[in-house]
Design a protein around this ligand. Structure first.
Ligand code: ADP
Ligand code: MG
Length: 145
């Protein structure tokens, strides 16, 4: 199933993320794809807020994994953009997180498709400048075996 949302401000994107975080269940896995500056961090900050995480969430960039405890569920925030080899994921012990008790968000998950859980949701954020500078299309597709 594919669901498409449209937002017209950073606040609206964060709000959508917040709702996702509020309804997330233990073991939920999401991937997040979108160009630089499209709103991945804004969206992820909304998710963290929805999970009740008080800590500031930012772009992990130089750390593949950031773990946030202290919310309703643990939040595992991956950014695999700079991953060189899939073995780096083994070194982190990714399975503990992908199949763990928290909610998992994997930025640039398309780079590691071979190890992604079969049941997950893929989120893509896109701009469309014809619809305005602050317009974003957020596509959530449910992937099942
Ligand atoms: P990314 O993490 O994808 O590189 P960021 O979330 O850091 O992107 O930045 C998104 C930028 O786009 C912010 O400066 C934000 O204010 C701006 N922006 C404008 N409109 C939107 C929108 N509808 N949703 C999200 N961000 C938006
Ligand atoms: Mg970011």
């Amino acid at each position: 199933m594919i669901t498409i949302y449209e937002t017209f401000s950073p606040r609206e994107t964060a709000e959508l993320g917040r709702k996702l975080g509020e309804h997330a269940s233990s073991g939920d896995v999401y991937t997040l794809i979108g160009d630089l500056g499209v709103g991945k961090t804004v969206f992820t900050q909304g998710i963290a807020e929805g999970l009740g995480i008080k800590e500031t969430v930012n772009s992990p960039t130089f750390t593949i994994l950031q773990v946030y405890e202290g919310g309703r569920l643990p939040f595992y925030h991956f950014d695999v953009y700079r991953i060189g080899d899939i073995e780096e994921m083994d070194e982190i012990g990714y399975e503990e997180y992908f199949y763990g008790n928290g909610m998992c968000m994997i930025e640039w998950g398309n780079l590691i498709t071979e190890i992604l859980p079969k049941n997950r949701k893929d989120i893509t954020i896109e701009k469309d400048l014809e619809k305005g500078f602050d317009y974003r299309k957020i596509i959530i597709s449910e992937v099942t075996e």
